[in-house]
Design a protein around this ligand. Structure first.
Ligand SMILES: NC(=O)C1=CN([C@@H]2O[C@H](COP(=O)(O)OP(=O)(O)OC[C@H]3O[C@@H](n4cnc5c(N)ncnc54)[C@H](OP(=O)(O)O)[C@@H]3O)[C@@H](O)[C@H]2O)C=CC1
Ligand SMILES: CC(=O)C(=O)O
Ligand SMILES: [Mg+2]
Length: 617
């Protein structure tokens, strides 16, 4: 009889399926530690494949590392070079070849080819060189890879649902070859990083994000699913490019759009009811509308809104600590946010939630008064100031600000002139923190940052837009304009800067620091929903990870190189919240250490000692 509560609750399916799960080497740790009833010490993976099919399956292939007896058993004797070479030798060769690639895009193509040949080796290489290679498979290079997707396309990965597939999605989801999917990243490609509408080319984003789930969060490579919802594109260049691989029509909008997404959500829910769905790079306001539509009904979140908010809040809290202030003094900050879209509003909502939670503001309205928000027209201010009748009380006519929605209107400053430029806003309010989520290169001007630096000893300057060339300012500019005093973080990596003979530390604030841990925590606890408390606690967890010495030197929290460590901490906190909020469906035995379970649950890229054909001994 099956007594594993996770398998019992989650997979109300056949004995054959459950047995396959338990035999899966990569789940061994989870079932062993959390659920000793199902202790399986097997080191064997079975397959129905044979010969070349084994070698060409990236999830099975060991390349040159197949042992002689395995080669015999799997019918691949003579199909690979004779000398058995273990992973360390393979890594040496791969790294040598990778270093010979001349451009970041060549490295990207090289990494993709490796992933297509041998996923175990791909993830080993990625984990061992996470800081360097995250810049290849993720931001900034992934941006160029998306722009060039239709030119560099080689091999299928992930699933596409297009307008050709209306009415077919429920059947189509069964084309995906894996019965268990834990994490899905889905985009409609409408706002890819700061690069705009890239249509179906956006597929590289879910693929890159999911690689980080595996490498940084220990999610199994067989349990991830990258998805593009191809609802068309409004990108003229792509529409006119004969090599473009997506649908050649303009984007669906309105009811047609939302019913398309709804069909997909239902189809996915039907096949993978427990999978975590991450909405990624949907343009504003679709991003918010979809989040609000689904967040209380399925296990989902929006990465740009929510996990960006967690990691940006972590950065701001850690910056308070670096300035010697307690983290519950957030309400004393004066914050400018340049960008009033999904990420800008999402990040500011997270800051507001935190101020309210800290109890130092009397109301949510008071918290809003601490944040000044700008969009591409300038400050969200009072359109009546400066007119002949500057005293007309709002909301009687917002003029051409009427397009702002209720989320953005909360930040509107009735006592300040609408559309003030950044430098004027800085001079008027003397900010302590400036956040960039605009996707617009260079909007943190020299004048604005210099003016900010006059009013605060340690200005917190976070240009968070991606990829690098869309950043609101560079690290070098920020340190130069603040005379080296900035506490700096960017969305894509910059190198540390030497200014006046001293190394100034650059931090990376990217949602990649939070979503792998979140996904791990959700998967281990089998939480049914993702809640705002999970993001708040994620932020506090990350904010508390740097040592005093690191904070003093300008390091706010560990970098991408330490992502697995960060993910363990985040996952433990997310699990804790899931149990506290009654959302967890995996039963933990009394006395079991949560961190221990999480650590043992993390998939690690090692070749399974023995691969065998199903049914053979
Ligand atoms: N570091 C990280 O982890 C993350 C970074 N990001 C980055 O944030 C950026 C924005 O993403 P997102 O919010 O989803 O995009 P949206 O398109 O939803 O929002 C962009 C916002 O920026 C405003 N904007 C555009 N140009 C300017 C300008 N010149 N000056 C001031 N504001 C401007 C827009 O104003 P208007 O509405 O008037 O057009 C809009 O409010 C992207 O570059 C993305 O890469 C996003 C998520 C995570
Ligand atoms: C990092 C990320 O999700 C973005 O720039 O959109
Ligand atoms: Mg994104």
């Amino acid at each position: 009889m099956l007594r594993n509560p996770v398998l019992k609750t989650v997979h109300t399916t056949t004995q054959r399926y459950v047995t396959r799960q338990v035999r899966d080497y990569s789940r061994r740790a989870l079932t062993t530690l959390a659920f000793p009833d199902l202790r399986m010490e097997t080191m064997v993976q079975t397959t129905t494949k044979h010969g070349m099919d084994v070698i060409h399956d990236p999830l099975l292939s060991k390349g040159t590392a197949f042992s002689l007896s395995e080669r015999e058993r799997l019918g691949i004797r003579g199909l690979v070079p004779p000398r058995t070479q273990e992973m360390d030798k393979q890594l040496q060769r791969i790294i040598r070849n990778l270093r010979e690639c001349r451009t970041p895009l060549e490295k990207f193509i090289f990494m993709t080819a490796l992933q297509d040949r041998n996923e175990t080796l791909y993830y080993r290489l990625l984990i061992d060189n996470l800081e360097e290679l995250s810049q290849v498979i993720y931001t900034p290079t992934v941006g160029e890879a998306c722009q060039r997707f239709h030119s560099i396309y080689r091999r299928a990965r992930g699933m596409y649902f297009s307008t050709l597939d209306r009415g077919q999605m429920a059947a189509m989801v069964h084309n995906w070859p894996h019965d268990q999917v834990d994490v899905i990243v889905v985009t409609d490609g409408s706002r890819v990083l700061g690069l705009g509408d890239l249509g179906a080319n956006g597929m590289q984003i879910p693929i890159g994000k999911l690689s980080l789930y595996v490498a940084g969060g220990g999610i199994r490579p067989t349990s991830i699913l990258p998805v593009v919802l191809d609802v068309g594109t409004n990108n003229e260049e792509l529409l006119n490019d004969p090599l473009y691989l997506g649908m050649g029509h303009r984007r669906l909008e309105g009811e047609e759009y939302y019913s398309f997404v709804d069909e997909w959500v239902h189809a996915i829910q039907n096949r993978y009811p427990n999978a975590l769905i991450q909405f990624e790079d949907f343009k504003y306001p679709h991003a918010y509308n979809l989040l609000h539509k689904y967040q209380n009904h399925i296990c989902c979140f929006n990465d740009d809104i929510q996990s960006t908010s967690a990691v940006a809040l972590a950065g701001v809290l850690a910056a308070l600590k670096a300035r010697g202030k307690p983290i519950n003094a957030l309400n004393e900050e004066r914050i400018i946010c340049v960008g009033a879209g999904s990420a800008g509003v999402g990040v500011c909502e997270g800051i507001i939630d935190c101020m309210v939670e800290q109890g130092k503001v009397k109301s949510r309205e008071e918290a809003y008064s601490r944040i000044w928000m700008l969009d591409q027209h300038g400050l969200l201010g009072n359109p009546h100031i400066g007119s002949t009748d500057g005293t007309t009380p709002l909301p009687f006519g917002l003029g051409d600000r009427a397009n702002l929605d209720e989320r953005q209107l909360c930040y509107l400053k009735r006592d300040m002139k609408d559309r003030m430029g950044l430098e004027d806003v800085v001079k008027a309010i003397k900010p302590t923190v400036i956040l960039g989520l605009s996707g617009a290169r260079g909007v943190f001007t020299e004048g604005a940052i210099r003016a900010m630096a006059e009013g605060v000893e340690k200005p917190v300057v976070f240009p968070l837009s991606n990829p690098t060339h869309q950043s609101e300012c560079s690290a070098e500019e920020a340190f130069k304009w603040t005379d080296g005093r900035a506490i700096f973080a960017s969305g894509s990596p910059f190198k540390d800067v030497e200014y006046k003979g001293k190394i100034r530390k650059v931090n990376q604030i990217n949602n990649a620091m939070s979503f792998p841990g979140l996904g791990l925590g959700i998967t281990v606890s089998r939480a049914s929903r993702v809640t705002s408390k999970m993001f708040l606690e994620t932020a506090i967890t990350i904010a508390n990870m740097a040592s005093e010495d690191q904070l003093k030197s300008g390091v706010l929290f560990p970098g991408v190189g330490a992502l697995r460590e960060v993910s363990k901490e985040v996952a433990a906190k997310v699990c804790e919240v899931a149990y506290e909020q009654g959302l967890a469906r995996a039963h933990l035995r009394q006395g079991v250490s949560l961190k221990g379970v999480i650590e043992e649950s993390m998939w690690s890229p090692e070749y399974v000692p023995t691969i065998r054909i199903d049914g053979h001994i």
